[in-house]
Design a protein around this ligand. Structure first.
Ligand code: NAD
Length: 353
Protein backbone atom coordinates (compact mmCIF):
# COMPACT_ATOMS: atom_id res chain seq x y z
CA UNK A 1 0.00 0.00 0.00
CA UNK A 2 1.27 3.47 -0.81
CA UNK A 3 0.28 6.51 1.25
CA UNK A 4 -2.74 5.80 3.46
CA UNK A 5 -5.53 8.19 2.51
CA UNK A 6 -7.62 9.45 5.40
CA UNK A 7 -10.93 11.25 5.91
CA UNK A 8 -11.30 13.08 9.21
CA UNK A 9 -15.00 13.16 10.13
CA UNK A 10 -15.86 15.85 12.66
CA UNK A 11 -13.52 18.85 12.68
CA UNK A 12 -13.93 20.03 16.27
CA UNK A 13 -11.57 20.22 19.24
CA UNK A 14 -10.13 16.70 19.31
CA UNK A 15 -9.71 16.48 15.53
CA UNK A 16 -7.88 19.79 15.36
CA UNK A 17 -5.78 19.38 18.50
CA UNK A 18 -4.80 15.73 17.99
CA UNK A 19 -5.93 13.63 15.01
CA UNK A 20 -5.17 16.13 12.25
CA UNK A 21 -1.69 17.20 13.46
CA UNK A 22 -0.74 13.55 14.09
CA UNK A 23 -1.78 12.42 10.60
CA UNK A 24 0.05 15.42 9.17
CA UNK A 25 3.18 14.36 11.09
CA UNK A 26 2.95 10.70 10.01
CA UNK A 27 5.16 9.76 7.09
CA UNK A 28 2.75 7.39 5.41
CA UNK A 29 -0.60 9.19 5.72
CA UNK A 30 -2.38 11.91 3.80
CA UNK A 31 -5.67 13.60 4.71
CA UNK A 32 -7.87 13.77 1.63
CA UNK A 33 -11.14 14.95 3.24
CA UNK A 34 -12.05 17.14 6.17
CA UNK A 35 -15.72 16.55 6.91
CA UNK A 36 -17.98 18.53 9.22
CA UNK A 37 -21.69 19.26 9.07
CA UNK A 38 -20.70 22.88 9.75
CA UNK A 39 -18.99 23.77 6.44
CA UNK A 40 -16.83 26.57 7.91
CA UNK A 41 -15.18 24.10 10.29
CA UNK A 42 -14.19 21.74 7.47
CA UNK A 43 -13.04 24.65 5.34
CA UNK A 44 -10.94 26.07 8.19
CA UNK A 45 -9.02 22.76 8.37
CA UNK A 46 -8.32 22.83 4.63
CA UNK A 47 -6.96 26.34 5.00
CA UNK A 48 -4.91 25.58 8.13
CA UNK A 49 -3.35 22.42 6.70
CA UNK A 50 -3.03 23.51 3.08
CA UNK A 51 -4.38 20.19 1.83
CA UNK A 52 -7.56 18.16 1.42
CA UNK A 53 -11.14 18.82 0.40
CA UNK A 54 -13.85 20.19 2.70
CA UNK A 55 -17.09 18.17 2.73
CA UNK A 56 -20.23 18.18 4.87
CA UNK A 57 -21.52 14.65 4.18
CA UNK A 58 -19.24 11.78 5.27
CA UNK A 59 -20.79 9.47 2.64
CA UNK A 60 -18.78 11.37 0.00
CA UNK A 61 -15.57 10.07 1.60
CA UNK A 62 -16.97 6.55 2.02
CA UNK A 63 -17.86 6.40 -1.67
CA UNK A 64 -14.34 7.41 -2.71
CA UNK A 65 -12.33 4.24 -3.49
CA UNK A 66 -9.09 6.15 -2.77
CA UNK A 67 -9.97 6.51 0.92
CA UNK A 68 -8.43 3.78 3.10
CA UNK A 69 -9.46 4.92 6.56
CA UNK A 70 -11.47 7.39 8.60
CA UNK A 71 -11.09 9.05 11.98
CA UNK A 72 -14.47 9.50 13.64
CA UNK A 73 -14.25 12.66 15.76
CA UNK A 74 -17.94 13.56 16.03
CA UNK A 75 -20.07 13.65 19.19
CA UNK A 76 -20.80 10.18 20.57
CA UNK A 77 -24.23 9.68 18.95
CA UNK A 78 -22.66 9.30 15.49
CA UNK A 79 -19.77 7.02 16.55
CA UNK A 80 -21.48 3.71 15.89
CA UNK A 81 -23.42 4.94 12.83
CA UNK A 82 -20.39 6.35 11.00
CA UNK A 83 -18.01 3.56 12.10
CA UNK A 84 -20.40 0.86 10.88
CA UNK A 85 -21.10 2.66 7.59
CA UNK A 86 -17.35 3.10 7.08
CA UNK A 87 -16.45 -0.54 7.74
CA UNK A 88 -19.25 -1.72 5.46
CA UNK A 89 -17.84 0.63 2.79
CA UNK A 90 -14.45 -1.11 3.18
CA UNK A 91 -12.71 1.56 5.27
CA UNK A 92 -10.61 1.13 8.41
CA UNK A 93 -11.79 3.13 11.41
CA UNK A 94 -10.26 4.95 14.34
CA UNK A 95 -13.26 6.04 16.40
CA UNK A 96 -12.92 8.48 19.28
CA UNK A 97 -13.83 7.34 22.77
CA UNK A 98 -16.29 6.28 24.08
CA UNK A 99 -16.90 3.56 21.49
CA UNK A 100 -20.60 4.39 21.65
CA UNK A 101 -23.39 5.84 23.80
CA UNK A 102 -24.62 2.46 25.04
CA UNK A 103 -23.23 -1.07 25.20
CA UNK A 104 -25.60 -2.43 22.54
CA UNK A 105 -24.20 0.05 19.97
CA UNK A 106 -20.63 -0.93 20.87
CA UNK A 107 -21.56 -4.61 20.44
CA UNK A 108 -22.94 -3.86 16.98
CA UNK A 109 -19.67 -2.12 16.07
CA UNK A 110 -17.71 -5.16 17.24
CA UNK A 111 -19.98 -7.48 15.22
CA UNK A 112 -19.45 -5.46 12.03
CA UNK A 113 -15.69 -5.35 12.67
CA UNK A 114 -15.68 -9.15 12.78
CA UNK A 115 -17.84 -9.43 9.65
CA UNK A 116 -15.77 -7.00 7.59
CA UNK A 117 -12.29 -7.69 8.99
CA UNK A 118 -11.51 -3.97 8.92
CA UNK A 119 -9.43 -2.32 11.65
CA UNK A 120 -11.65 -0.80 14.34
CA UNK A 121 -9.60 0.96 16.98
CA UNK A 122 -11.13 3.14 19.70
CA UNK A 123 -9.52 6.36 20.94
CA UNK A 124 -8.52 4.96 24.33
CA UNK A 125 -5.40 7.06 24.06
CA UNK A 126 -4.15 6.51 27.63
CA UNK A 127 -3.08 3.02 26.52
CA UNK A 128 -0.32 4.84 24.62
CA UNK A 129 0.86 6.94 27.57
CA UNK A 130 4.38 6.14 28.73
CA UNK A 131 3.52 6.10 32.46
CA UNK A 132 0.55 3.79 31.91
CA UNK A 133 2.76 1.36 30.01
CA UNK A 134 5.45 1.43 32.72
CA UNK A 135 2.85 0.80 35.44
CA UNK A 136 1.36 -2.03 33.38
CA UNK A 137 4.78 -3.66 32.96
CA UNK A 138 5.49 -3.44 36.69
CA UNK A 139 2.11 -4.98 37.56
CA UNK A 140 2.34 -7.78 34.99
CA UNK A 141 5.96 -8.50 36.10
CA UNK A 142 4.63 -9.05 39.64
CA UNK A 143 6.44 -6.10 41.26
CA UNK A 144 3.30 -5.15 43.21
CA UNK A 145 2.46 -8.71 44.24
CA UNK A 146 -1.26 -9.43 43.99
CA UNK A 147 -3.11 -6.28 42.89
CA UNK A 148 -6.39 -6.79 44.71
CA UNK A 149 -7.92 -3.30 44.58
CA UNK A 150 -7.75 -0.31 42.25
CA UNK A 151 -9.16 3.03 43.35
CA UNK A 152 -9.94 5.56 40.61
CA UNK A 153 -10.38 9.20 41.56
CA UNK A 154 -11.30 11.78 38.92
CA UNK A 155 -13.05 14.64 40.63
CA UNK A 156 -13.05 18.27 39.70
CA UNK A 157 -14.59 21.34 41.30
CA UNK A 158 -15.99 22.77 38.03
CA UNK A 159 -15.08 21.16 34.68
CA UNK A 160 -18.28 20.43 32.75
CA UNK A 161 -17.43 20.49 29.01
CA UNK A 162 -19.59 22.43 26.52
CA UNK A 163 -22.49 22.78 28.97
CA UNK A 164 -25.88 22.71 27.25
CA UNK A 165 -24.38 21.17 24.09
CA UNK A 166 -23.56 17.66 22.85
CA UNK A 167 -21.53 16.66 25.93
CA UNK A 168 -24.42 17.26 28.33
CA UNK A 169 -27.32 16.04 26.19
CA UNK A 170 -27.83 12.35 26.96
CA UNK A 171 -29.36 11.50 23.61
CA UNK A 172 -26.13 12.69 21.95
CA UNK A 173 -23.48 11.75 24.52
CA UNK A 174 -24.96 8.72 26.27
CA UNK A 175 -24.00 10.18 29.66
CA UNK A 176 -21.83 12.65 31.51
CA UNK A 177 -18.60 12.41 33.45
CA UNK A 178 -18.56 8.60 33.53
CA UNK A 179 -18.76 8.16 29.78
CA UNK A 180 -16.60 11.19 29.02
CA UNK A 181 -13.80 10.94 31.63
CA UNK A 182 -14.47 7.62 33.35
CA UNK A 183 -14.02 5.75 30.08
CA UNK A 184 -10.31 6.66 29.97
CA UNK A 185 -9.70 5.74 33.62
CA UNK A 186 -11.57 2.44 33.55
CA UNK A 187 -10.00 1.44 30.27
CA UNK A 188 -6.45 2.09 31.43
CA UNK A 189 -7.05 0.16 34.65
CA UNK A 190 -8.22 -2.87 32.66
CA UNK A 191 -5.18 -2.51 30.40
CA UNK A 192 -2.75 -2.25 33.33
CA UNK A 193 -4.07 -5.23 35.27
CA UNK A 194 -4.26 -7.62 32.31
CA UNK A 195 -7.79 -7.16 30.89
CA UNK A 196 -9.92 -8.94 33.53
CA UNK A 197 -13.60 -9.55 32.81
CA UNK A 198 -16.24 -7.64 34.76
CA UNK A 199 -18.39 -9.79 37.07
CA UNK A 200 -20.75 -7.28 38.66
CA UNK A 201 -21.19 -3.57 39.32
CA UNK A 202 -23.13 -1.35 41.61
CA UNK A 203 -23.19 2.38 41.08
CA UNK A 204 -24.93 5.69 41.55
CA UNK A 205 -24.85 8.73 39.28
CA UNK A 206 -25.94 12.26 40.24
CA UNK A 207 -27.06 15.17 38.10
CA UNK A 208 -26.94 18.12 40.50
CA UNK A 209 -24.64 21.02 39.70
CA UNK A 210 -24.99 21.38 35.93
CA UNK A 211 -28.75 21.57 35.79
CA UNK A 212 -28.78 25.35 36.31
CA UNK A 213 -27.03 26.09 33.00
CA UNK A 214 -27.22 29.92 33.10
CA UNK A 215 -26.04 29.89 36.75
CA UNK A 216 -23.08 27.55 36.14
CA UNK A 217 -19.81 29.32 37.02
CA UNK A 218 -16.45 28.19 35.61
CA UNK A 219 -12.98 29.40 34.66
CA UNK A 220 -12.17 27.00 31.82
CA UNK A 221 -14.41 24.85 29.66
CA UNK A 222 -13.44 22.16 27.12
CA UNK A 223 -15.28 22.69 23.82
CA UNK A 224 -16.57 26.05 25.05
CA UNK A 225 -17.71 26.94 21.53
CA UNK A 226 -20.47 24.29 21.88
CA UNK A 227 -21.82 25.79 25.15
CA UNK A 228 -25.53 26.64 24.93
CA UNK A 229 -27.23 28.44 27.82
CA UNK A 230 -30.61 27.44 26.38
CA UNK A 231 -29.50 23.86 25.78
CA UNK A 232 -29.91 20.58 27.65
CA UNK A 233 -28.28 19.19 30.78
CA UNK A 234 -29.64 15.71 31.48
CA UNK A 235 -26.44 13.78 32.26
CA UNK A 236 -24.57 12.99 35.48
CA UNK A 237 -21.98 15.37 36.88
CA UNK A 238 -20.74 12.83 39.44
CA UNK A 239 -20.57 9.06 39.87
CA UNK A 240 -19.62 6.43 42.49
CA UNK A 241 -19.19 2.76 41.64
CA UNK A 242 -17.98 -0.60 42.92
CA UNK A 243 -16.91 -3.14 40.29
CA UNK A 244 -15.98 -6.79 40.83
CA UNK A 245 -13.81 -8.34 38.13
CA UNK A 246 -11.97 -11.62 37.56
CA UNK A 247 -8.96 -9.56 38.72
CA UNK A 248 -9.00 -6.77 41.29
CA UNK A 249 -12.03 -4.97 42.68
CA UNK A 250 -12.27 -1.47 41.19
CA UNK A 251 -13.86 1.44 43.04
CA UNK A 252 -14.32 4.82 41.45
CA UNK A 253 -15.33 8.34 42.35
CA UNK A 254 -15.73 10.80 39.50
CA UNK A 255 -17.06 14.32 39.08
CA UNK A 256 -17.14 17.01 36.41
CA UNK A 257 -18.45 19.27 39.13
CA UNK A 258 -18.49 18.69 42.86
CA UNK A 259 -18.16 20.99 45.85
CA UNK A 260 -14.63 19.96 46.74
CA UNK A 261 -11.42 21.94 47.03
CA UNK A 262 -8.55 20.78 44.81
CA UNK A 263 -9.09 18.71 41.67
CA UNK A 264 -8.01 15.07 42.19
CA UNK A 265 -7.03 12.93 39.21
CA UNK A 266 -5.21 9.71 40.06
CA UNK A 267 -5.39 5.92 40.11
CA UNK A 268 -4.20 3.81 43.07
CA UNK A 269 -3.10 0.28 42.20
CA UNK A 270 -2.98 -1.49 45.56
CA UNK A 271 -0.93 -4.67 45.75
CA UNK A 272 0.33 -7.02 48.45
CA UNK A 273 4.00 -6.10 47.88
CA UNK A 274 3.67 -2.47 46.79
CA UNK A 275 1.22 0.13 45.55
CA UNK A 276 1.34 2.71 42.79
CA UNK A 277 -0.35 6.11 42.62
CA UNK A 278 -0.50 7.15 38.98
CA UNK A 279 -1.41 10.76 38.33
CA UNK A 280 -3.75 10.92 35.35
CA UNK A 281 -1.56 11.17 32.25
CA UNK A 282 1.37 12.16 34.46
CA UNK A 283 4.03 10.87 36.84
CA UNK A 284 3.69 8.05 39.34
CA UNK A 285 4.95 6.94 42.76
CA UNK A 286 5.60 3.44 44.06
CA UNK A 287 5.00 2.78 47.78
CA UNK A 288 5.99 -0.22 49.88
CA UNK A 289 8.47 -1.66 52.35
CA UNK A 290 12.01 -2.83 51.65
CA UNK A 291 14.44 -4.35 54.19
CA UNK A 292 12.16 -3.35 57.06
CA UNK A 293 11.85 0.25 55.88
CA UNK A 294 9.09 2.16 54.14
CA UNK A 295 10.07 3.41 50.71
CA UNK A 296 8.69 5.73 48.06
CA UNK A 297 9.98 5.74 44.49
CA UNK A 298 9.20 8.83 42.42
CA UNK A 299 9.03 8.28 38.67
CA UNK A 300 8.95 11.26 36.34
CA UNK A 301 7.78 10.66 32.83
CA UNK A 302 9.15 12.59 29.86
CA UNK A 303 6.55 14.23 27.61
CA UNK A 304 5.65 11.88 24.79
CA UNK A 305 2.74 12.57 22.45
CA UNK A 306 0.34 9.71 23.17
CA UNK A 307 -1.97 10.82 20.36
CA UNK A 308 0.89 10.45 17.88
CA UNK A 309 1.48 6.92 19.18
CA UNK A 310 -2.24 6.17 18.84
CA UNK A 311 -2.36 7.38 15.23
CA UNK A 312 0.92 5.61 14.37
CA UNK A 313 -0.47 2.39 15.86
CA UNK A 314 -3.65 2.77 13.78
CA UNK A 315 -1.60 3.22 10.59
CA UNK A 316 0.53 0.21 11.59
CA UNK A 317 -2.60 -1.91 12.05
CA UNK A 318 -3.84 -0.90 8.59
CA UNK A 319 -0.53 -1.88 7.03
CA UNK A 320 0.01 -5.15 8.88
CA UNK A 321 -3.47 -6.32 9.94
CA UNK A 322 -2.13 -6.61 13.50
CA UNK A 323 -4.51 -6.28 16.43
CA UNK A 324 -3.37 -3.42 18.67
CA UNK A 325 -4.16 -2.51 22.27
CA UNK A 326 -6.96 -0.09 21.30
CA UNK A 327 -8.91 -2.70 19.28
CA UNK A 328 -12.68 -2.75 19.92
CA UNK A 329 -12.32 -6.21 21.53
CA UNK A 330 -10.50 -4.56 24.47
CA UNK A 331 -12.36 -1.24 24.60
CA UNK A 332 -15.73 -2.97 24.68
CA UNK A 333 -15.28 -4.17 28.27
CA UNK A 334 -15.33 -0.56 29.45
CA UNK A 335 -18.63 -0.04 27.59
CA UNK A 336 -20.07 -3.05 29.40
CA UNK A 337 -18.98 -1.75 32.81
CA UNK A 338 -20.28 1.77 32.17
CA UNK A 339 -23.62 0.42 30.99
CA UNK A 340 -23.75 -1.65 34.18
CA UNK A 341 -23.14 1.44 36.33
CA UNK A 342 -25.88 3.40 34.58
CA UNK A 343 -28.30 0.46 34.82
CA UNK A 344 -27.44 -0.12 38.48
CA UNK A 345 -28.04 3.54 39.29
CA UNK A 346 -31.34 3.59 37.40
CA UNK A 347 -32.66 0.38 38.94
CA UNK A 348 -31.17 0.86 42.40
CA UNK A 349 -29.53 -2.57 42.50
CA UNK A 350 -26.36 -4.47 41.67
CA UNK A 351 -25.95 -5.67 38.07
CA UNK A 352 -24.50 -9.17 37.67
CA UNK A 353 -23.04 -9.82 34.21
N1 NAD B 1 -9.39 11.10 23.38
C1 NAD B 1 -9.64 12.15 24.13
O1 NAD B 1 -8.97 12.40 25.12
C2 NAD B 1 -10.81 13.03 23.76
C3 NAD B 1 -10.81 14.36 24.19
C4 NAD B 1 -11.89 15.14 23.82
C5 NAD B 1 -12.95 14.63 23.08
N2 NAD B 1 -12.92 13.33 22.70
C6 NAD B 1 -14.04 12.74 21.93
O2 NAD B 1 -14.03 13.28 20.63
C7 NAD B 1 -15.36 13.43 20.15
C8 NAD B 1 -15.55 14.87 19.70
O3 NAD B 1 -15.27 15.73 20.78
P1 NAD B 1 -14.83 17.25 20.53
O4 NAD B 1 -14.41 17.76 21.85
O5 NAD B 1 -13.90 17.34 19.39
O6 NAD B 1 -16.27 17.87 20.14
P2 NAD B 1 -16.56 19.12 19.21
O7 NAD B 1 -17.98 19.46 19.43
O8 NAD B 1 -15.53 20.17 19.43
O9 NAD B 1 -16.38 18.53 17.72
C9 NAD B 1 -17.27 17.64 17.12
C10 NAD B 1 -17.47 18.06 15.68
O10 NAD B 1 -18.23 17.06 14.99
C11 NAD B 1 -19.08 17.73 14.06
N3 NAD B 1 -20.14 16.80 13.66
C12 NAD B 1 -21.28 16.47 14.32
N4 NAD B 1 -21.99 15.57 13.63
C13 NAD B 1 -21.30 15.33 12.49
C14 NAD B 1 -21.52 14.48 11.37
N5 NAD B 1 -22.61 13.71 11.28
N6 NAD B 1 -20.61 14.50 10.36
C15 NAD B 1 -19.51 15.28 10.44
N7 NAD B 1 -19.25 16.10 11.49
C16 NAD B 1 -20.13 16.12 12.50
C17 NAD B 1 -19.53 18.96 14.82
O11 NAD B 1 -20.04 19.96 13.96
C18 NAD B 1 -18.24 19.37 15.52
O12 NAD B 1 -17.48 20.28 14.75
C19 NAD B 1 -16.28 13.02 21.31
O13 NAD B 1 -16.72 11.72 21.10
C20 NAD B 1 -15.40 13.07 22.53
O14 NAD B 1 -15.76 12.14 23.53
C21 NAD B 1 -11.86 12.54 23.00
Amino acid sequence: MSTIKIAVIGCGCIARSSHIPCYMAAEDAEIKYFCDTIPEKAQACVQEQGCGIAITDYHVALEDPEIDAVSVCTPNRMHSVISIDAMRAGKHVLCEKPAARVYSEALEMQKVQRETGKVLNIGVVCRFHEAVNQVRRRILDGELGEVYHVFINFRSHRSIPGIGGAFTTKDISGGGVLIDWGVHRLDQVLYCVGEPDPISVTGAVYSKLGTDIPGYVYRYMWSESTRDVNGTYDVEDSVSAFIRTTGPVITLEGAWAQNIEEEEQYLDFIGTKAGIRLQYCGNYKVYGTRNGELFTEDVEIPEINMFQREIDAFLHCIRTGEKERSHIDYAIKTSKIMQGIYDSSKNGKEIIF
